[in-house]
Design a protein around this ligand. Structure first.
Ligand code: ATP
Ligand code: MN
Length: 483
């Protein structure tokens, strides 16, 4: 099968000795000279297209001439021909066409990608076709490659891949920003109520109850889509030592930014016996490993991003992968920010959450490299982070990178039962809701740490793309779930 239907990626890496090959793909361009027609065919298996030449005089059949006339950008074709060394620069081989079959045409007057150089805004409206362009083909291959890199990094280090649930009826994921999962039908209930009201009746008992009462819902209580797999990942780390999740995550945050999606993929490693310092080490190694993977395994796509999307990208990434990340406490960073308070729209003060202008300033102006910020005020971090002896700060770490800001958020977890219970109480949360999470501190508790990396943030960073909606096939955001 593979031998008969090689990908273009495989064909162009063959030694050209006049052997016959079949090229299957979509036409990018067609160009005529007096004696020759050149057709560029692309199948998305690699960045490059393959050039097929048809010699007008030597064409063995009229069928080829007829078909060549029909070909437009986007037409799918099957070509048989001879693989020969290419006289043209920039390509080692080309195909001398012997037969040409049109598999599907793409009429020039209606095919949306007929013209070149569409804006990314326009391409978002044809998300089902945009993968046929240079940019989105490259993004698709990078997404796939980076996924493989992530699995390889953890598998090489003895981590177990754990599948945490996407639907959660657990109360400890926290309120707000969650998507409700229900089989109840509010429209039907409202209609029944309306009809009843028109008829002068009081609400039918069942209808009102069904709407208000989650006892009658599928799970017998309110359920949501997960915002993080961390708490469940912790339970597995305290049994098999090192785990990671890699799956979709959902946040109903109403933020129309170029860095937020309502559905995004997150990687969450969790390590038993790891302290904050170990956590920082592995996070830094992880980022560098992923950068090196992109540079070494995806050179053509990266060259494209470097030349067409973000000039200087490769240079920047190389610098990052060979630099030591700065490790700074929140308190130290705040001193740096306060020195230059005038520069900021949002005035920094000890206790405030960092804005992206602050993150930018720290990575780009003060430290000039990625920064791992630690020991944040407890008020701006989650309940499960380990308390420092000062009683004011927690063992949190955020990794900030130049040009993007926060890419990783993590911490050492509180492993002491009493202290964790106190935090839960302090924050006005219900202890009983956390019974299984607290059990981890009751039975064989150990120090442990972990972090979360947003997969699409990583892709933005590595590709130099600027809008997070362009690094996921079908972005979900407020008012956006069209495809
Ligand atoms: P931010 O302040 O940027 O909104 P966060 O503090 O809400 O991030 P965490 O809850 O720590 O983020 O989530 C872990 C990681 O998931 C973040 O470091 C980021 O890489 C990614 N992330 C968070 N929210 C989103 C989102 N809405 N879309 C895409 N990635 C996200
Ligand atoms: Mn957020």
């Amino acid at each position: 099968m593979a031998a008969e239907k090689p990908l273009i990626k495989e064909i162009i890496s063959q030694k050209a000795e006049g052997q016959e090959v079949t090229v299957l793909g979509w036409v990018r361009t067609k160009r005529d000279t007096k004696n020759l027609t050149f057709v560029q065919v692309n199948d998305g298996s690699c960045f490059a297209s393959i050039q097929v030449t048809f010699d007008k005089d030597a064409n063995p059949s009229n069928e080829i001439e007829t078909n060549l006339k029909k070909i437009t950008t986007g037409t799918s074709v099957s070509v048989r021909g001879k693989l020969v060394p290419s006289p043209a620069s920039g390509q080692a081989v080309e195909v001398q066409g012997l037969s040409l079959e049109i598999l599907g045409d793409a009429p020039a007057d209606s095919y949306p990608l007929q013209k070149k150089n569409h804006s990314f805004e326009f391409l978002r409206t044809v998300a089902h076709l945009r993968v046929r362009t240079n940019t989105f083909g490259a993004v698709a291959r990078m997404r796939s490659q980076m996924s493989f890199a992530i699995h390889t990094f953890f598998q090489e280090r003895g981590f177990q891949y754990v599948h945490t649930p996407l639907i959660t009826a657990s109360d400890c994921e926290g309120a707000g920003e969650m998507f409700r999962v229900t089989t109840m039908n509010p429209q039907k209930i409202a209609e029944e109520a309306y009809e009843a009201g028109k008829a002068g009746k009081t609400l039918p008992e069942g209808a009102a109850a069904a709407f208000a009462d989650y006892n009658n819902d599928f799970f017998g209580k309110p359920a949501n889509l997960t915002v993080s797999g961390q708490l469940e990942a912790e339970t597995y780390a305290l049994g098999v030592s090192r785990v990671y999740t890699f799956g979709p995550t959902f946040r109903a945050e109403n933020s129309n930014t170029t860095r937020h999606l309502a559905e995004f993929w997150m990687i969450e490693p969790e390590m038993a016996f790891f302290r904050l310092e170990d956590n920082m080490d592995i996070a830094e190694n992880f980022i560098k490993y992923l950068i090196n993977w992109a540079l070494e395994k995806c050179p053509e796509d990266m060259a494209f991003f470097d030349s067409r999307i973000h000039p200087g990208l490769i240079e920047t990434l190389k610098k990052v992968s060979s630099s030591d990340f700065a490790r700074v406490t929140y308190t130290e960073a705040m001193k740096e920010l306060e020195k230059c308070a005038d520069k900021f729209e949002f005035k920094p003060y000890w206790g405030c959450d960092l804005q992206s202008e602050h993150e930018k300033f720290l990575t780009e102006e003060v430290y000039k490299r990625p920064v791992i910020l630690t020991d944040y005020p407890k008020e701006i971090k989650a309940f499960y982070m380990k308390m420092n002896n000062d009683g004011k700060t927690v063992r949190a770490m955020d990794v900030l990178v130049p040009g993007l800001g926060e890419i990783i958020g993590g911490s050492e977890r509180e492993e002491n039962l009493e202290r964790l219970e106190n935090r839960i109480k302090e924050l006005g949360l219900e202890k009983d809701d956390y019974w299984w999470y607290l059990d981890l501190r009751r039975f064989g508790s150990v120090p442990h740490s972990g972090f979360g990396l947003g997969f699409e943030r990583l892709l933005l960073y590595v590709t130099g793309m600027t809008n997070i909606r362009d690094v996921i096939p079908y972005p979900r955001a407020p008012k956006l779930a069209d495809f």
